[in-house]
Design a protein around this ligand. Structure first.
Ligand code: FES
Length: 377
């Protein structure tokens, strides 16, 4: 790093590498700057303006996520001007659509009329499905902003929940475009984009079709990127609150890539899956199976005892009986027809360790390489 390349942020002289943005220099030095539209590893769009900072000599506030650091720059990240601008951005966002999460009005200890109206819209006794896990709400608290400065504008698009995995609530969308970048730049699925104009702007799948009739592959990258409650996992919506779960990190067993997952566990059951950010090999991304294919874990259809087929019907058996019968039959087939007359079918839904043991059993004990798995979602 060239010692000449330094900028001053909040009075601290900090080195930077040419090409780094003000935001990157600040983050590297643990100086907080709020962001909403900024998606790591995607080209900055400067869409939301929440990350603005004051740069000495600049005529207006600068979006730090998109502005490159320059030698001798003097930056203030929380000046009165900056705070006022951020409060305005938040107030405008909160007044568009349904955001009943913001701080209560100071002279009233009850939920405001505004918040109760939104509650009615949800037809739920609870507030927003991502209450407590929303970046907009977090910033509304941080900057003590309520939703009532501007009249609320309705969003003319109904909620879309006709696919099995994702609920799209356009009334909570802040049009930051993170989902579009996640889909197009990160996963390169190109299934969604900005559609319409002005206040009618909407994130659309091709020709404004529902996701299930589009190119969408339901990887859920958009859900993980959404900073608000506009995109939510259907199965977790209103069934789980972030503070009710604990996260358990594990490795996805569906294929050999080794994607890192966080299982969100409530009362011993997996209720949601997210990709672990900033960690190889998947850096937060998942496929449809890794993110949504976990219902089998608690399925009532899971076998809990071995079954033996007799006269075309299955009957329950003990493990001892089932294992003895299997050993006897496999031994007989091997004896009469050779090991390659046997095939072993395992499952992508069992652990990697179980599959490893099955592989050893097939190759080392049965002496066959006929082993595969079935990976239906
Ligand atoms: Fe910089 Fe949105 S985070 S403009």
């Amino acid at each position: 790093m060239d010692a000449q390349n330094t900028i001053v942020i909040n009075g601290n002289e900090l080195p930077f590498t040419p090409g780094e943005t003000i935001l990157q220099v600040a983050q590297r030095n643990s100086i907080p700057i709020p962001t909403l539209c900024h998606l790591k590893n995607a080209t900055p769009t400067g869409q939301c303006r929440i990350c603005v900072v004051e740069v000495k000599g600049a005529r207006s506030l600068v979006a730090s996520c998109a502005a490159p650091a320059a030698k001798g720059m003097v930056v203030l990240t929380e000046s009165p001007k900056v705070i006022e601008a951020r409060r305005l951005v938040l107030q405008l966002m909160l007044s568009s659509g349904n955001h009943n999460c913001a701080v209560r009005v100071s002279d009233d200890q009850e939920w405001s009329r505004f918040q109760l109206d939104v509650n009615q819209y949800d037809q739920s006794n609870e507030l927003c499905p991502v209450w407590g896990d929303c970046e907009l709400q977090h910033l509304a608290y941080q900057y003590q902003v309520s939703a009532e400065r501007f009249p609320r504008t309705d969003v003319p698009y109904p909620m879309e929940d006709i696919n099995p995995f994702i609920v799209r609530d356009f009334s909570r969308c802040i049009k930051c475009g993170r989902c579009v970048q996640a889909c197009n730049d990160v996963q390169v699925n190109n299934a969604i984009s900005f559609g319409y104009r002005g206040t009618d702007t909407k994130i659309i799948a091709a020709e404004d079709k529902p996701l299930k009739n589009s190119e969408c592959v339901f990887c859920g990258e958009c859900v993980q990127a959404c900073p608000v409650g506009a995109l939510v996992e259907k199965n977790a919506r209103y069934r789980v609150r972030p503070w009710e779960t604990k996260q358990v990190r594990t490795t996805c067993s569906y294929c050999g890539v080794g994607c890192q997952l966080n299982l969100h566990v409530k009362e011993g059951k997996v209720v949601k899956v997210t990709g672990v950010e900033d960690v190889a090999p998947n850096y937060g991304s998942l496929c449809v199976k890794g993110r949504f294919g976990f219902d089998f874990i608690n399925s009532e259809e899971r076998l809990t005892t071995p079954l033996i087929k007799e006269d075309g019907e299955f009957r329950k058996a003990s493990w001892e009986e089932a294992l003895s019968l299997t050993a006897e039959k496999l031994g007989a087939i091997k004896q009469t027809d050779g090991p390659d007359a046997i095939g072993v079918l395992t499952s992508a839904r069992v652990s990697n360790e179980d599959n490893y043991v099955a592989n050893k059993f097939a190759r080392a004990v049965l002496k066959t390489n006929n082993i595969d798995h079935c990976a239906r979602l």
